[in-house]
Design a protein around this ligand. Structure first.
Ligand SMILES: Nc1ncnc2c1ncn2[C@@H]1O[C@H](COP(=O)(O)OP(=O)(O)OP(=O)(O)O)[C@@H](O)[C@H]1O
Ligand SMILES: [Mg+2]
Length: 235
């Protein structure tokens, strides 16, 4: 079967205004972009330029004030709140700068967590979790809790958790910000391995020059507007 070259995400003239007391903050002021499939796409820009706001819109955590957000060709404005949280839970993986693991759960249970709300059988769930832990090199640490893991190991658990449900794409907000450069390099290498093996797409917000050097596609934003886009190796 031919692989689709349809963008994984398309934004058309998207605006997001936050209300702050009696004033308004225009965090995103009209951005149109298409995220190519099977790539490392980076959203870069200075602090306060709207990167996290944009990721929250792409991740369906938030809805735009105006404009359209399409995920795999589907306009999310047509979805009710339940359908939208279902799409978010099933089709989008999330990785955060601060790992966001559940502290009382083991590495195994953290990776298993997103599958508990699906109808996968217990046997298949166990297989999927062990395969993911193996893929990120943490099979032997599967019983350890987050506070018994290093920063790099925690981020490996977060990567496994994001990918275990085989999402359409993975969103990662500054995933290397809390890691030293050596650990950051191994996490970037792991994410690339996963991107290729699972045939998925990663969308990053980042300031990290090391991560940016691996971009296939870069969108530069400033003051809520797209100011530049460039293509790397794959595009
Ligand atoms: N919930 C909110 N309510 C009001 N204003 C907000 C809210 N979230 C973000 N903003 C404002 O929107 C603008 C964009 O913020 P955003 O967090 O998207 O920036 P960023 O590019 O991710 O910055 P950083 O690099 O520091 O993470 C900023 O002016 C910020 O103060
Ligand atoms: Mg941010």
């Amino acid at each position: 079967m031919a692989e689709s070259n349809q963008p994984v995400v398309r934004l058309t003239n998207v605006k997001k205004t936050y209300k702050l007391g009696s004033s308004q903050v225009q965090a995103v002021r009209g951005i149109s972009l298409a995220v190519p499939p099977r790539c490392f796409t980076m959203i870069v820009g200075p602090s306060g330029s709207g990167k996290t706001t944009l990721l929250n819109l792409i991740g369906c955590i938030d809805r735009p004030s105006s404009g359209t957000v399409e995920i795999a060709g589907q306009d999310i404005a047509r979805l009710g709140d339940n359908a939208l949280s279902d799409l978010r839970a099933r089709r989008i993986g999330f990785i955060f700068q601060s790992f966001s693991l559940i502290p009382v759960l083991s590495a195994y249970e953290n990776v298993e967590y997103p599958l508990l709300s699906t109808d996968i059988s217990a046997k298949d769930r166990r297989r999927a979790v062990l395969d993911m832990l193996d893929a990120v090199g943490l099979k032997d640490q599967r019983s350890q809790r987050p506070n018994e893991l290093s920063g790099g190991q925690k981020q490996r658990v977060a990567i496994a958790r994001a990918l275990v449900k085989q999402p359409e794409f993975v969103l990662a907000d500054e995933p290397t910000a809390n890691l030293d450069s050596g650990t950051g390099a191994s996490i970037i290498e792991l994410m690339r391995k996963m991107q290729v093996e699972k045939n998925t797409s990663f969308i990053f917000s980042t300031h990290d020059p090391q991560l940016i050097s691996h971009a296939d596609k870069t969108f530069a934003i400033r003051d809520g507007l797209l100011v530049d886009q460039s293509a790397g190796g794959k595009q």
